[in-house]
Design a protein. Structure first.
Length: 201
């Protein structure tokens, strides 16, 4: 039987290093993003109290995060809080819209088209991008701005071009895609749970 001692030692170090790196990014988020996260909570509370809705978009892992966070608002986060569903829509989940939009207008237009169809003044768009350079997300930000919607960019690296297109940019202080995504879903959970607690807790 093949000896896996060396590979197991490497594997354990990789696991340990990854968890350590993830923990360090979370602490950097606390250091650099605290005020921005607090601002996002206020923005979402104001939007929801005004009877408006939240739209979310992103690509790849960010699409999954958009869907995940929308579900937290529509369903709930804390089982102890009995509340009504909150209006949140992930623009990443309808394959007919995504494929028709890509076919007819090009993929970079699909989220902007959905924002145009579903967004109204006072709504809020959360765009998630690890690089801040996603054209499909940026076009959605442009469209949201034209409709007088509020915008939050949940970004990574240096925020890319997205940071100039939004009312609030929350930038995970990392260049590692995996660490950025882990930070983004953590930030999303904190924001959405804080909103739920303040509105219904």
């Amino acid at each position: 039987m093949k000896d896996h001692t060396l590979s197991k030692t490497y594997r354990h170090k990789f696991i340990s290093d990854s968890l350590q790196a993830s923990s360090e990014i979370k602490l950097k988020i606390l250091e650099y993003c605290l005020q921005d996260i607090d601002h996002a909570i206020t923005m979402l509370i104001d939007v929801l109290k005004s009877g408006k809705k939240v739209l979310l978009c992103g690509n790849g892992g960010s699409a999954a995060d958009a869907q995940h966070l929308a579900a937290e608002f529509v369903i709930r986060l804390s089982p102890r809080i009995q509340r009504r569903g909150l209006p949140a829509i992930a623009l990443t989940t309808d394959t007919s819209i995504l494929t028709a939009g890509s076919n007819d207008f090009g993929y970079n237009e699909v989220f902007a088209r959905a924002v145009e169809a579903l967004g109204v003044e006072g709504d809020l768009l959360i765009g998630i991008s690890t690089s801040g350079t996603s054209e499909s997300v940026n076009k959605a930000f442009h469209k949201a701005r034209s409709l007088k919607m509020k915008t939050i960019g949940l970004l990574g690296k240096d925020g890319g071009t997205s940071k100039e297109l939004v009312d609030l940019a929350i930038i995970v202080p990392s260049n590692d895609t995996q660490r950025i995504q882990e930070g983004q879903i953590t930030i999303g959970h904190i924001i959405f749970q804080a909103v739920e607690e303040e509105l219904f807790g």
